[in-house]
Design a binder for this molecule. Structure first.
Ligand code: ADE
Length: 224
């Protein structure tokens, strides 16, 4: 998979992709993440990429021309399955959507800033608009990082234990059960005995019950 991220603050994303699972996923060629600075596609000497909104009002708008140049340059090199715009008025991100995106080959993600991008970018180029939640961030970069992380960890081979993504919260509309590690006794607080019984079927059953209990308590909406 290849993910191209278009942003006017590339530095915000660099360190995010340079560590831990995302770093290893790239080193092992499971994914290539390329961050592009939209300013590189500005044609004026101050490298500006935003301007006032027609009709007035506070806030600047990311202009279509540099973004169009960047998108077209990338489209000249490969076909993209989706061109995603991260925006609070997009479709809310869900695990189901992430699962589908993890099966794609080439994704482009466009990060908005200020008041957002010129509507014509959305009309002409964007194929999918995604929000990571009902709150407004100061830019789309964190949202692109969240979406990329959720996608990349699902690519086969990225996680060491391939089954572990299957037992994540939300994969079957259930929250994940509690987990424990050593020591078995921390200042008198014990790990549930069943987990140390070695009885696999009973442990599975216990985990399922715990998942159900947690989901009922915390996210009853998932069970409807
Ligand atoms: N950009 C600003 N806020 C956002 C959000 N909640 N989701 C996606 N992109 C955003």
């Amino acid at each position: 998979m290849r993910i191209d991220i278009l942003t006017c603050v590339p530095n915000l994303l660099d360190s995010f992709f340079a560590h831990s699972i995302l770093k290893r996923a790239q080193q092992a060629n499971h994914v290539e993440v390329v961050v592009h600075d939209i300013r590189d596609y500005s044609t004026n000497k101050h490298r500006t990429i935003d301007d006032y909104a027609f009709g007035g009002g506070a806030g600047m708008v990311l202009q279509i021309e540099p973004i169009a140049r960047c998108i077209r340059a990338l489209q000249g090199e490969r076909e993209y399955d989706e061109i995603i715009y991260l925006t609070p008025d997009g479709e809310q991100m869900q695990q189901r959507m992430v699962n589908q995106l993890s099966l794609k080959g080439n994704l482009m993600m466009l990060c908005g800033h200020y008041k957002g991008v010129d509507q014509r970018v959305r009309d002409l180029f964007v194929t999918k608009e995604i929000s990571i939640g009902d709150y407004v961030l100061s830019g789309g970069e964190l949202a692109a990082a969240v979406l990329s992380d959720a996608i990349i960890r699902l690519i086969p081979g990225v996680l060491n234990d391939e089954t572990s993504a299957l037992t994540d919260s939300f994969q079957d509309n259930l929250l994940a059960p509690p987990v424990y590690s050593r020591p078995a006794d921390f200042e008198g607080h014990q790990v549930p005995e069943i987990l140390m019984s070695g009885h696999e079927a009973k442990i599975e059953e216990w985990r399922y019950e715990q998942s159900l209990k947690r989901t009922k308590e915390r996210r009853p909406d998932l069970l409807q």
